[in-house]
Design a protein around this ligand. Structure first.
Ligand SMILES: [Fe+2]
Length: 265
């Protein structure tokens, strides 16, 4: 599938013209893009039944993404707003960290309307609409998870140092993007990057799985140019959310190295 350059340029133009508070505009998708969505969404759906966490499966039943055509950001945004107050704002490409996290505090997820080509579907470090909707937007239908996204946004906005901002970003990565939780004795997927990638759903269990501890996570490193070799598994979704919220609530304004060397503070 080749996305016409003019189509992408038009999407960029529309995204640049978008202003906060507006309803996301209508985006036109080709039949190839609809087919790609249908096949990837179908493959992921079968994997999610077995390998995603229960919270994700419940949220997916609320959002009910369409199976045979690329969803409109505006329609998913309307659904999310009615459920948790979150909205989607169209954007193109990977945003600088602060521009991605900051709006989360106000219940806004910047989401690209682009569909990446077939050759990049199995793995790509860049977001596309499958990642934004299948990964992030579905989870934003859950009130507890939506509030966690807001907490990340507030924490980044209030962080007083680059070190703390980067620790928060690592915590976001290893929870909201590639986080795992134990359910019925097995690792199940919570994070959006894995949930939205066929290749990562197929291989996450082969990564080195470590017990989720915030201090270990924020000391780790991220390589988002490949399937993550080390993943962290929390005992439960509730434990992970509680630990993340505790860190975000207590860390802002304090030196992150001091915090990481004082477990339980
Ligand atoms: Fe993401």
């Amino acid at each position: 599938m080749r996305v016409d350059r003019d189509v992408r340029a038009e999407r960029q133009r529309v995204c640049r013209a978008y202003r906060s508070g507006q309803r996301p505009p209508h985006f036109v998708y080709s039949s190839d893009e609809d087919s790609l969505w249908s096949s990837v969404f179908g493959a992921l759906g079968e994997m999610h039944e077995e390998l995603s966490c229960a919270k994700y499966r419940s949220a997916a039943r609320l959002v009910r993404l369409p199976t045979h055509q690329v969803p409109q950001l505006s329609e998913v945004s309307r659904t999310l707003h009615s459920l948790t107050g979150f909205e989607l704002a169209p954007t193109i490409g990977t945003l600088p960290s602060r521009l991605f996290y900051g709006p989360l505090a106000h219940g806004i997820l910047n989401a690209t309307p682009d569909v990446r080509p077939v050759a990049e579907q199995s793995f790509s470090p860049d977001p596309d609409i499958i990642h934004e909707l299948v990964g992030h937007a579905v989870m934003l239908a859950d009130p507890e998870v939506a509030e966690l996204y807001r907490c990340f946004g507030r924490a980044i906005n209030d962080a007083g140092s680059a070190e703390l901002s980067s620790a928060i970003a690592r915590l976001f990565w290893f929870t909201m993007e590639v986080g795992l939780v134990v359910e019925k004795g097995c690792p199940r997927v919570f994070g959006a990057a894995i949930l939205s990638s066929v290749a990562e759903m197929e291989t996450f269990a082969h990564a080195e799985l470590r017990e989720f501890q915030v201090d270990d996570v924020i000391a780790g490193s991220i390589d988002d140019g490949m399937c993550q070799p080390v993943l962290y598994v929390a005992d439960s979704v509730g434990y992970m959310i509680d630990e993340v919220r505790r860190f975000l609530a207590t860390s802002v304004g304090r030196d992150v190295r001091g915090l990481s060397s004082s477990p339980g503070s």
